[in-house]
Every structure is written in structure tokens, then in C-alpha cells.
Design a protein around this ligand. Structure first.
Ligand SMILES: Nc1ncnc2c1ncn2[C@@H]1O[C@H](COP(=O)(O)OP(=O)(O)O)[C@@H](O)[C@H]1O
Ligand SMILES: [Mg+2]
Length: 454
């Protein structure tokens, strides 16, 4: 059974049973009241009749005989008085009814029973003459009017019942429609969800639990949509990453195979040596790349969790600068630094690795003649590596930390780069809970700034 039909059925059941009970009570009460009134009237009349009869027989010598002689005229008299059918009986009546028996035993008794179409009320009481019971008076009053009233009332109540049934059926239908419609919408929505359509419903404004449920659904839909988009983006990134890895590994491998082939073909020793040099260079580049990839992968999986200790950062940075100074000089670049005495809770080796990477980049790619390293502390600890070289176009800046991204591929490759350096730097800094920002002005130079928690 549908929920809506259930609601209508339950509503009708409740309303109609209440109506039925109320109407039955009304009908009964009105009828009882009518009968009570008539009964009271007959009781009053019986008192009057009894008084009249005892006064009538008070001075008579033989009341029993007088009664049997004047029974017809007395009946007429009492009938006129009481306004109902009256019959009198003597003591020796044949087959007395239970009512008559009660009366002859000195009690008043009444009975309501159906005679023909209508009910009648019968009342019997004793005739007292000089303290003795000499017979009974029997009233018979037709309840025709009460019956008519009961019939009329019954018809009115049945009509009311029918109208109320129809009215409440209609109201129940409208009410259940209002209640069920939002639920049906939610069901449709849930079906759509199960088929991957995460739509949002805005028009359920019932102000109750259903609206709350709809809001939860909407929230869920939005979150799932967001998650799916993020997953797709991540998948796209991974695919790109894999494409890059394959491509980057293929180039040195092709070179190695090419030069191996050539080496076998030439006889000239000097030429052979040159090719072997190329082969070893490419092999080294391949190994470096694989090592970098491995490191990046470990960093991303948080496997190589950084070991944080209180470190004198100025020492670490000074070591990195000294290490790179000779290499810089070969490129005609002067490295200078301005390092405040700053301690921070970091992994010293990893920070050194980052700095070496940044210096290496500035030396290889900037084409400037000056690199400045700075270390200072505000709320956070800041490290910057600045060069005065050719800079990087703004359109490339955001992609620099993506794996394998290089502005000038051939130059990077020639200098042994693979485009993984800045990705590794960013991972390391993020594992420290810090930030790395790259700013550059073309023709003026590049500055990479790192901010770390002290
Ligand atoms: N200081 C710099 N000046 C100019 N270009 C730079 C600088 N630092 C990095 N780049 C560019 O960013 C690219 C990515 O650097 P990186 O991730 O370290 O890879 P790799 O050094 O292996 O090429 C470099 O190939 C280079 O084109
Ligand atoms: Mg690099």
C-alpha cells in the first residue's frame, strides 16, 4: 500500500470513528432525555390518579364492587386526566401481566416496548381504597413523537456523517499530498543519486524534518560532486605524471641505445671514447632521475617523514652556500649571504637539500651574475634566494613546482636537470608545514622565499 493511501486510510479511520462515537452519543442522549421526560410526566399523572382514586373510594362501602361496576366511567375520567390510554383491573384479573402483578403487589412499574411501528411506555400502579389494594391502573403512552424525533435526528446525523466523511477524505488527500510530495521528490533524487546524477533540490521548504533531510541530501550531493571532480583532477595529474616519466626515461634510453650502436660501428678509438662518455653521461642522468622520482614518491607518501630538531638555520644555509660557491664561480656568478642567527625546529639535512636545489637553479638558469641568500625572523622564519638573472615569465610561475616542468627543456636536459627539483623542494617545505613562493620579473631576476614555523 502506498504511503499516501495509508495516511488517508488512517486519517479517515480516526475521524470517522470519532464522528460515529459522537453521533451515537448524541442520538442516545436525546432519546433518553425524551423518554425520561415522558416517564416523569406519567409518574406525576400516576400520583394525581392515585390521589383521585383513594379520595373517590374513601367513603364507599364496598370499594371492590364499586370498582367493577364503574370501571368504564373511571377509565374515561383518568384517561381525560392523564392524556393517555388507561385501563383498570380488579384483584381477580385473569393472566395478569408482570406490570399488573407488580401493581397488585403495591409497586409502581414501567416498561418500554415496541407495539407495531412505534415504541410505547407502559406504567402500572395500585389502586388504594382505605389503605387496601383493590386493583391496578395501567397507563399506555405511545412514544410516536420520540420515535419520529429519533428518526429525524438519525437522518440528519447520517447526512452529516456522509458530508464529514467526504470532507475529511478530501482534506486527508490534500494534506497527504502536501506531506508526500516532498518525499516523492526526495525518492526521485535518491534514485538519480544511485545513477550518478548528483543534482540539488532547492524547492523543498516544508520547515520540518523533511526539509532538513533534503538539505542533508543537497549537502551530500555537493560533497560527492566535489570529491568526484577532485578525484578526476588527481587522476588527470597522475596520468600526466606517468606520461612524463615514460617520456623522460625514454629519451636517455634512446640515446644510450643509439650511441651503443654507433660505438660498435666506429673503429676510431677517440670516437669510441667520446660515445662511451655520452653513454655514461646519459646513464648517470637516468639514475639521477630515477633517484629523484623515488624521493618524490617517498615524500608524497610521507614515508620519509622529516626529522624535526632544533637547528641553527644560519649554519645550515652557510654550509649550502659554501658548497655551491665553486660551481657558481664557474658560471661567473657571485654568491653572497646575509644570515641572521636564527634557530628553528626543522630537518636540517632536508632544508639544506632545498637550498642546494634553489642555488643550483639560480646558477644554471638565471644567466645573471649575483645570487643573494637571506635568513631573517619575523613571526615566521624566512629564507630567500634571489638572483639578478633573466627571470621567469609570469605564465610559467604556477607550473614550476609540477613534476618535470621546465621552462627551457633542452637547456635543463643539457645541464642534467629533469624538472623534479622544485617539486621535491615544495614537498619538503610542505612537510614542515611551511610555504614556498616564487616571484620573478622578466629581465630583472627571480626570488624564491620560504616561510617556516620557528
Ligand atoms: N632562478 C631561476 N631562473 C630562471 N629559471 C629558473 C630558475 N629556477 C628555476 N627555473 C626554471 O624552472 C624549471 C624547473 O626547475 P626544477 O624543478 O629545479 O627542474 P630542473 O632544475 O631539473 O630543470 C627549470 O628548468 C628552469 O627552467
Ligand atoms: Mg633544479
Amino acid at each position: 500500500m502506498k504511503l499516501r493511501n495509508k495516511m488517508i486510510a488512517i486519517n479517515l479511520l480516526i475521524i470517522l470513528s470519532i464522528l460515529l462515537a459522537v453521533f451515537t452519543i448524541i442520538l442516545k442522549t436525546v432519546d433518553n432525555f425524551n423518554i425520561y421526560t415522558i416517564h416523569q410526566y406519567l409518574l406525576n399523572q400516576s400520583n394525581l390518579s392515585q390521589t383521585y382514586l383513594s379520595e373517590y373510594f374513601l367513603l364507599k362501602n364496598n370499594p371492590i364492587e364499586v370498582l367493577s361496576n364503574e370501571i368504564a366511567s373511571l377509565e374515561e375520567k383518568l384517561k381525560a386526566q392523564a392524556g393517555c390510554e388507561v385501563s383498570l383491573t380488579g384483584l381477580n384479573v385473569r393472566d395478569p401481566s408482570p406490570l399488573q402483578k407488580s401493581a397488585l403487589e403495591g409497586r409502581k412499574a414501567y416498561l418500554i416496548t415496541k407495539v407495531g411501528e412505534n415504541r410505547s411506555i407502559f406504567l402500572s400502579f395500585p389502586i388504594l381504597a382505605q389503605g387496601e389494594i383493590i386493583g391496578s391502573v395501567n397507563y399506555s403512552y405511545s412514544l410516536y413523537q420520540a420515535d419520529e424525533m429519533r428518526k429525524g435526528l438519525f437522518i440528519v446525523l447520517v447526512s452529516l456523517f456522509i458530508v464529514a466523511s467526504l470532507g475529511s477524505a478530501l482534506l486527508s488527500f490534500l494534506f497527504s499530498y502536501r506531506m508526500i510530495k516532498p518525499l516523492e521528490k526526495l525518492t526521485g533524487m535518491a534514485n538519480d543519486y544511485s545513477q550518478g546524477n548528483f543534482r540539488v533540490i532547492e524547492d523543498i521548504k516544508t520547515g520540518d524534518e523533511v526539509e532538513k533531510l533534503a538539505n542533508s541530501f543537497n549537502e551530500m550531493g555537493r560533497n560527492i560532486k566535489k570529491m568526484i571532480t577532485e578525484l578526476k583532477e588527481e587522476q588527470e595529474k597522475q596520468k600526466k605524471f606517468l606520461d612524463n616519466v615514460t617520456h623522460e626515461i625514454r629519451t636517455p634510453l634512446t640515446n644510450i641505445l643509439g650511441y651503443t650502436d654507433l660505438t660498435q660501428k666506429v673503429d676510431h678509438v677517440a670516437q669510441k671514447d667520446k660515445y662511451l662518455d655520452y653513454i655514461s653521461g646519459e646513464g648517470e642522468r637516468l639514475l639521477n632521475m630515477v633517484n629523484s622520482l623515488l624521493e618524490l614518491s617517498r615524500l608524497k607518501r610521507y614515508e620519509l617523514a622529516v626529522e624535526l630538531t632544533d637547528t641553527e638555520l644560519n649554519n645550515i644555509l652557510e654550509q649550502a652556500c659554501s658548497l655551491m660557491r665553486d660551481r657558481a664561480e664557474k658560471f661567473g656568478i657571485k654568491v653572497s649571504y646575509d644570515l641572521a642567527n636564527v634557530n628553528a625546529i626543522v630537518d636540517g639535512d632536508k632544508i639544506k637539500q632545498v637550498l642546494i636545489n634553489l642555488l643550483d637553479n639560480a646558477i644554471k638558469y638565471s644567466e645573471g651574475d649575483k645570487i643573494t641568500v637571506r635568513l631573517w625572523k619575523e613571526t615566521l622564519v624566512h629564507i630567500s634566494v634571489k638572483d639578478n638573472g633573466k627571470g621567469i615569465s609570469q605564465s610559467y610561475i604556477n607550473s614550476l613546482t609540477e613534476p618535470f616542468y621546465r621552462v627551457d627543456k633542452s637547456r635543463s636536459r643539457k645541464l642534467g636537470g629533469s624538472g623534479l627539483g622544485l617539486s621535491i623542494c615544495r614537498e619538503i617545505i610542505e612537510l614542515h608545514g611551511g610555504e614556498m613562493n616564487i616571484n620573478s620579473i622578466e629581465g630583472k631576476g627571480t626570488i624564491v622565499t620560504i616561510s617556516l614555523q620557528p
